[in-house]
Design a protein around this ligand. Structure first.
Ligand code: HEM
Length: 465
């Protein structure tokens, strides 16, 4: 027996147009809390019908697995990604993050080789160098907005791997574009896009800035037009099955996609990691010990990652508690069932990784930061299906190996040299729109550490960096 959509429980959003707009606006103000409350009250499947649209929210790993993996062919990316007027596509165009169908398949095939292990390992040194360069600007002790620092260092890394073009002068314009995208996508609005609201003006400026920046990168690459090992040259030189190259517009869309998808998520992984470490001094001390023992004061390299298991466990646990891509959406291309629930064609399906990652049915002490749960001895206790920080199925994050390597190398580089603390009583709360980030930034006190230096003289144990 299946359960018709109309019988799926959900919050009361009112019966008339205005009450529904009001309720949905309030709902989208604090998505973490409102979706959490809705699941707590109604269970694993929650229905919403704003203005006659159908929407279901899912948090159960079996249902999320069905949507992303076993029934992925019945679903596609939803209009909040694909709609060129109102979705993420307004900014990134038809890149692999927002495209559907055959076009997406062709683009994924052309972009994926850029992320093969052999190719991305070449970027490890650039990641550490960028981290080291950032630390050279940090005071021995003082307050910094870590969210800004992480955003800039990850932007420098992704920009440096995409092309040899120096993006540092454009960092502020890219930050502003990211803010505009997040704000725009978080607002439940029925105002048409031709109406020049302040938000609409910010959006137009963001699109213009992204165009200017990326077309300059393309023009710069064309001066030599050679494979210089960068992602951009791979895209420029890639040929599809018929031997065609991508158009400049396609290259622009894929490049903007990689810049946007490839830095804010990793920046937020590090933000949440530093917040969690500051709140968990035992884990922090264990991390420092691992880094000091293995690295002995030198910068980390790719080969060190195998010797830094605790560093990896910390990143995994941070991605569990604060998955930067906290939820993703799809739309049903045809009538289907998820579990026993009927999901009619056209229904928007929201998969909530954040709630799944904090569910006591799959995780022991779900809200506690316990990197040890990821140790090899505990591997059998992990319910892998209940952990999806990089999504799953055919549309799993194309950059996940790149991101894991980057997060671990940057954590090792930074935590070896600096201790990051919160101010007494400081509470950091998440804001969740497309991604989940610390509300109001992440001011932290940075204090340079004394680390043991590798030395021929065993008596010389500790030296300031
Ligand atoms: C910790 C960092 C990251 C997280 C948590 C993350 C998470 C995700 C998730 C959950 C998806 C699936 C979206 C969906 O199913 O709708 C995704 C897709 C994607 N990610 Fe990432 N990502 C990260 C880093 C990166 C990096 C570094 C890059 C590129 C350099 C990247 C590029 C992409 C692209 C292009 C897609 C779309 C893939 C497709 O639809 O075929 N991501 N990411």
């Amino acid at each position: 027996m299946t359960i018709p959509f109309e019988q799926i429980p959900g919050p009361d959003i009112g019966s008339n147009f205005f009450s529904q707009i009001r309720t949905m606006s309030a709902f989208s103000q604090n998505l973490i809390e409102s979706t959490g409350n809705a699941f707590a009250e109604h269970g694993d499947v929650v229905a919403l019908t704003p203005l006659g649209d159908r929407m279901v929210l899912l948090r159960h790993p079996d249902y999320i697995h069905e949507a992303l993996v076993t029934k992925s062919k019945s679903l596609e990316k939803s209009p909040d990604y694909t709609d060129p007027k109102k979705g993420l596509a307004r900014f990134v165009g038809a890149g692999i993050l927002t495209a559907n169908g055959d076009f997406w398949r062709r683009q994924r095939k052309q972009v994926s080789p850029a992320f093969h292990t052999q190719r991305i390992t070449a970027y490890a040194d650039a990641m550490v160098t960028a981290g080291d360069k950032m630390l050279a600007q940090w005071p021995a002790q003082g307050e910094l907005d870590i969210a800004t620092e992480m955003m800039h260092v990850t932007l420098e890394i992704i920009a440096g791997t995409i092309s040899r073009y120096d993006l540092s002068a454009d960092a502020d314009r890219i930050d502003a574009a990211m803010d505009a995208i997040n704000d725009y996508n978080s607002k439940f609005s029925i105002i048409p896009t031709w109406f020049p609201t302040p938000m609409e003006r910010r959006v137009r400026q963001a699109v213009k800035d992204l165009d200017d920046i990326v077309y300059s990168m393309i023009a710069d690459w064309r001066k030599n037009g050679e494979d210089d090992g960068s992602l951009l040259s791979m895209l420029m030189l890639a040929e599809d099955e018929d031997g065609n190259h991508m158009t400049d517009k396609q290259i622009r869309d894929e490049t903007v996609t990689l810049i946007l998808a490839g830095h804010e998520t990793t920046a937020n992984t590090l933000n949440w990691t530093f917040k969690l470490l500051a709140e968990n001094p035992e884990a922090e001390a264990k991390l420092h010990e691992e880094l000091d023992t293995v690295l002995q004061g030198r910068l980390p390299q790719l080969e060190d990652l195998r010797q830094l298991p605790y560093t990896e466990m910390i990143i995994k646990e941070s991605l569990r508690l604060y998955p930067p891509a906290w939820g993703v959406s799809r739309v049903a291309k045809e009538d289907l069932t998820i579990g026993d629930y009927e999901v009619p064609k056209g229904t928007i399906i929201n998969l909530n990784f954040y709630q799944m990652h904090r569910d006591g049915r799959w995780w022991d002490e779900p809200n506690a930061f316990k990197p040890e749960r990821w140790s090899p001895e505990n591997a059998d206790n992990i319910n892998k299906q209940a952990y999806m920080p990089f999504g799953g199925g055919p549309r799993v994050c194309v950059g996940f190996a790149f991101a894991q390597m980057e997060a671990q190398l940057l954590l090792a580089t930074i935590a070896q040299r600096y201790k990051l603390s919160l101010k007494p009583g400081q509470v950091v709360t998440p804001d969740a729109h497309i991604t989940m980030y610390p509300h109001g930034g992440l001011p932290m006190i940075v204090t340079r550490r004394e680390v043991p230096m590798q030395s021929a003289n065993p008596q010389q144990e500790a030296m300031p960096v």
